[in-house]
Write a new protein. Structure first.
Length: 157
């Protein structure tokens, strides 16, 4: 450990480290988009991902998400499989129709065989039952972000 010669130097060094971290995250143009109608689940997942340094955007519905997403956006989508209105499967179909390529991680309170088949059809890179294991989700998001920059998930559909 380096002991700074002046007491305020420690504060300056700490501020520099924090600023470097913020600027590093700002350069990361990948986002983790969370689409879940369950407010507490959405906020909990968002807090976890932000604490891990991810750029996070939250949406309460598929339609709200579709209003903002463009083909220029990159990253991954943490998607609730069952929501009022447009389902996760329908949202994925609309993203494909628009030419938007995001790695998808499905979260659900319903881990029925039908839901698992829908996630498989979406080529989801992860499938989690609520409540989600935080460590496993962080690993899946990191993997999804890495693969989204090298693979095109929807080209084989």
């Amino acid at each position: 450990m380096i002991i700074p010669p002046f007491p305020n130097t420690t504060k300056v060094l700490l501020c520099q480290l924090i600023l470097e971290r913020i600027l590093s995250n700002m350069k990361n143009e990948h986002y983790v988009f969370i689409v879940d109608d369950d407010l507490s689940a959405r906020r909990g997942i968002a807090r976890l991902l932000r604490a891990a340094g991810h750029n996070v955007r939250e949406y309460a519905s598929a339609n709200e998400f579709l209003d903002i997403i463009t083909t220029d956006d990159s990253g991954c989508l943490v998607l609730d499989a069952r929501m009022p209105g447009m389902s996760g499967d329908e949202l994925n179909a609309e993203l494909i129709r628009r030419g938007i390529d995001l790695s998808i991680i499905v979260i659900t309170g319903d881990d029925s065989l039908e839901t698992k088949r829908e996630a498989d059809k979406m080529k989801a890179v992860g499938f989690f039952r609520k409540p989600v294991d935080g460590t496993a989700l962080l690993d899946a998001v990191s993997w999804a972000l890495r693969s989204s920059s090298t693979n095109n998930n929807h080209t084989n559909m």
